[in-house]
Design a protein around this ligand. Structure first.
Ligand SMILES: Cc1cc2nc3c(=O)[nH]c(=O)nc-3n(C[C@H](O)[C@H](O)[C@H](O)COP(=O)(O)OP(=O)(O)OC[C@H]3O[C@@H](n4cnc5c(N)ncnc54)[C@H](O)[C@@H]3O)c2cc1C
Length: 482
């Protein structure tokens, strides 16, 4: 990780014939790579170029300011175990604040909401007990299975790590989380809570998520009550903006890469969609796996097959600026288990976890729709999506106004990388083989690690370190640029 004294310096430009590293994609992985390259520029004297297909920077780490609200369309939360992300935030002077210790949510079952609170008042604790004992969604058997899962995961808690997944590769057996649950008689827990949690955290079902990824997601976000999140004061957008501002000098937006060029097996640059040929000594591909497979047609078939196996969930995230909270007091989210009579999966009150996301006295609420229900919304206009979602929310949250201050619709056909069974090991091997098959080509992106903002950023930092040592050794072992 780059240290606090190595902030990028712009004052000394590398000489024009200095070696160059080119990054494809300016999402979390590409931005972390660009920032690290910039921080290393004084030593490496490398030229840096980042090409981004879209007209905006950040990829799935996307935020915008609307009417004084800090609205985010993609990633929202940083877990306390996200060491690389937190270190980057420190270097960029983006203050992270711990999320609330008290957490509350309401699950829908049999026509009403049932509250579950962690660290709440005496009354909320009683409500939680009532839910555990009487909610049709909960059963004693399911609660006991939850305790068993807790104990299983606690034994491996040191390995379930978003910073370094290498110690959990043995858990990536090829099973889905659903298969793992069946094999360990955790079916009632899965129906009671696990399925809904995976719907919310991966926008997918337990059949789609790999066992290892499912275990890490559940342990770090829900099963372990000590889990804590961190957020920039004004939401994740502050981090995305700080990274984008720091790297803006190197980034060309609206420049999709059509093909990464390999000559004699070595990465030599890219060709853009407009036919421009750009030479580089090393290329970091920081796109999703599906794009990576498309723009690297020269990669050996068995390596591209690994990229083709990576899958993503789909989700539609709709943000509403409101004048007042619509959820129950102390509750951050209203959750709808699979089979609920609605197309909504979750409604969250962002202002409860990130007070500066909304102007004083106002509230920012997000509705999440996943899978086929999301795909159905993708085809509609923003106004139509907002109209349908508002009408649906009003069925369950009577305080939801018919006309919110604003509605913003974010469509993510590739939302969360699902790390299906066996993917962690397959991608691990792919990265190792790439050094022999395509020297000078490096992969970054959330799919190359445990998928998350942190996985993406860590992959960008590591790909940079590897590309700089490659460029240095290709220059004859001498210090690059000397
Ligand atoms: C709704 C939602 C909520 C989420 N919540 C969280 C959360 O709370 N916490 C968390 O840790 N993670 C969360 N995630 C996941 C997280 O956002 C991603 O894991 C992470 O942002 C992925 O970053 P990336 O750089 O790997 O990919 P991306 O962000 O997808 O970046 C890839 C970039 O490459 C660009 N690109 C594509 N094709 C080309 C091309 N041909 N040429 C040039 N550029 C190209 C794209 O435009 C994009 O900017 C969430 C995701 C979504 C969608």
């Amino acid at each position: 990780m780059v240290g606090p004294d190595t902030r990028p310096t712009r004052n000394q430009e590398p000489r024009p014939n200095a070696p160059s590293v080119l990054v494809v994609g300016a999402g979390a992985a590409g931005l972390a790579a660009a920032w690290t390259l910039a921080a290393r520029r004084q030593d490496s004297n490398c030229r840096i170029q980042v090409l981004e297909a879209s007209d905006r920077i950040g990829g799935r780490m996307f935020c915008e300011e609307v009417d004084g609200f800090h609205v985010y369309g993609g990633a929202s939360v940083i877990h306390e175990s996200f060491a690389t992300t937190r270190a980057l935030a420190r270097e960029l002077d983006v203050e992270l604040r711990p999320g609330p210790r008290k957490k509350g949510g309401q699950g829908y079952a049999n026509g009403r909401f049932w509250g579950l609170y962690v660290g709440g008042s005496f009354r909320q604790t009683l409500t939680t007990l009532r839910t555990m004992l009487f909610s049709p969604q909960h059963s004693l058997g399911g609660n006991l299975e939850f305790m068993r899962l807790f104990s299983m995961l606690r034994k491996r808690s040191e390995d379930l790590d978003f910073e370094d997944h290498s110690r959990m590769l043995d858990l990536d057996t090829g099973q889905s989380f659903a298969e793992f649950a069946r094999a360990n008689s955790l079916g009632r827990y899965l129906r009671q809570a696990g399925e809904l949690d995976l719907n919310c955290f991966a926008a997918a079902s337990s059949e789609q998520v790999g066992a290892a990824y499912g275990m890490a997601l559940l342990w770090l976000w829900t099963v372990n009550p000590a889990t804590r999140s961190y957020l920039p004061r004004q939401g994740i957008g502050a981090l995305a903006k700080a990274l984008a501002d720091a790297c803006a000098g190197f980034i060309r937006t609206s420049t999709p890469v059509e093909r990464i060029v390999l000559e004699d097996g070595r990465a030599r640059g890219v060709v853009t969609a407009s036919g421009e040929s750009i030479r580089a000594d090393a290329v970091i591909c920081a796109t999703t796996a599906s794009t990576a497979a498309r723009i690297m047609p020269q990669l050996p078939g068995e390596l591209r097959a690994v990229l083709d196996r990576v899958s993503y969930s789909a989700c539609c995230n709709i943000a509403f600026g409101l004048d007042a909270n619509i959820l129950a007091e102390g509750s951050h989210a209203g959750l709808f288990p699979p089979g609920s009579p609605t197309f909504l999966t979750m409604v969250t009150n962002l202002a409860a976890t990130t007070p500066d996301a909304a102007p004083s006295g106002k509230t920012l609420v997000h509705a999440l729709v996943i899978g086929q229900q999301a795909q159905a919304l993708f085809a509609l206009s923003d106004d139509e999506v907002a109209r349908r979602v508002v009408a649906e929310m009003r069925r369950f949250f009577p305080a939801m106004p018919e006309r919110p201050r604003f509605a913003k619709v974010y469509r993510w056909p590739e939302a969360i990388c699902l790390s299906p069974g066996g993917m962690l090991n397959a991608v691990h091997e792919l990265r190792a083989r790439l050094h022999e098959c395509a020297p000078g080509l490096f992969l970054a992106g959330d799919y190359t690690r445990l998928p998350s903002l942190n996985g993406a950023m860590k992959s960008g930092v590591e790909a940079t370190e590897a590309s700089l040592s490659y460029v240095a050794s290709a220059a004859g072992g001498a210090k690059v640029g000397s």
